[in-house]
Design a protein around this ligand. Structure first.
Ligand code: ZN
Length: 332
């Protein structure tokens, strides 16, 4: 697809997840690998019919626990809350201690596994913790962590009632995405992505990585003013597939009007060759006013936006199920 514009970090306060490249230095071209022929969005039954309103209910409940930075009792409560909603589903907990810039922190990636008929796995991931540098504020990350964790809970609720005709779907609530550097505006990638770095290493070692057909990270897509950027750190064909999936519902105006380069939970998996897409709207509030501030509250997010993102990723999975060539690795 054509890139309509280049997203300029300088106009946003705190492209913290982002370390976004400025317009003057376009992202490096990927080595051209074989590009799969992406199937058209199907007329077949969707993988699951989601409810944005029900996803919002989960988001309300998650933020009601309060700030959930690693080590905070509210974090443990949210872990338990997620687990309570996965009864009857195969769940793996990946507990470890992260050695951060601010010291050691207990962390836990929660993985729910929904088996499929085809050999292979599609992963959806969202971080669920809040920012430790904001621990002394009322920051609750309604959009930054809660909304997408809620969307995964809604997906889990709808997937559990049906057998999957295609690949297995694994949902990952990952921990320690946020940087521990202070102040919060100083987001340092080497001091962040603890959960996904741990999981990527584990999956590389135990052979799981080779079975993953695609991994999509969902982040900050509850924004009422939804404008998801195309990410140049993601795998191009998978980004194309996500955009094509959005077209099934006429959602294209919410996708990829601008392009940015995002450092997020997809990066550790890209590094080990997994095709990845970061589905993220970094442009949150005027000049980023709601991003990593106490303004990131429930009134800034909507069930409609969660519906748009959720429908799109469900369709993307259905398309991946029909795409025999979509096991092309990212080449990173
Ligand atoms: Zn964040």
């Amino acid at each position: 697809m054509t890139i309509a514009a280049v997203f300029v970090c300088a106009v946003l306060a705190g492209c913290t997840h982002g370390n976004t490249t400025a317009a003057a230095s376009p992202p490096k071209q990927e080595p051209v690998a074989a590009q799969p022929a992406i199937p058209d969005p199907g007329s077949i039954e969707p993988l699951a019919k989601l409810s944005g309103d029900e996803a919002m209910q989960y988001a309300r409940q998650i933020v009601a626990f309060g700030p959930r930075w690693p080590g905070n009792p509210a974090h443990r409560k949210v872990e338990q809350y997620i687990l309570d909603h996965l009864k009857g589903v195969e769940v793996e907990q990946d507990r470890f201690t992260a050695q951060t810039n601010a010291g050691p922190f207990p962390m836990n990636n929660i993985i729910a596994k929904f088996p499929g008929e085809k050999d292979g796995i599609v992963v959806l991931a969202s971080h669920y913790e809040t920012n430790w540098p904001l621990r002394n504020t009322s920051f609750i990350g309604a959009n930054d962590g809660a909304a997408t964790s809620a969307l995964l809970l809604e997906i889990a609720a709808k997937l559990r009632s049906r057998g999957l005709p295609g690949y297995a779907v694994w949902l990952v609530w990952d921990d320690g995405e946020e940087s521990f550097h202070e102040p919060v505006s100083n987001w340092v990638v080497e001091d962040a992505l603890y959960g996904t770095r741990h999981l990527a290493q584990k999956w590389q070692q135990d052979g799981t990585a080779k079975r993953i057909k695609a991994l999509m990270v969902l982040d900050m897509i509850g924004d009422k003013d939804l404008d998801i950027q195309r990410d140049s750190n993601s795998t191009p064909w998978l980004e194309d597939l996500v955009y094509k999936a959005s077209s099934k519902f006429g959602y294209q105006s919410h996708f990829f009007a601008t392009e940015t380069q995002v450092e997020d939970d997809h990066m550790p998996f890209a590094k080990i060759g997994v095709p990845v897409a970061d589905v993220i709207d970094l442009n949150y509030g005027y000049n980023g006013a709601y991003h990593h501030t106490t303004e990131d509250t429930l009134d800034k997010i909507s069930g409609r936006s969660l519906q748009i993102a959720g429908d799109t990723v469900m369709e993307a999975i259905a398309m991946l199920n029909r795409c025999e060539m979509c096991n092309v690795k990212s080449g990173k």
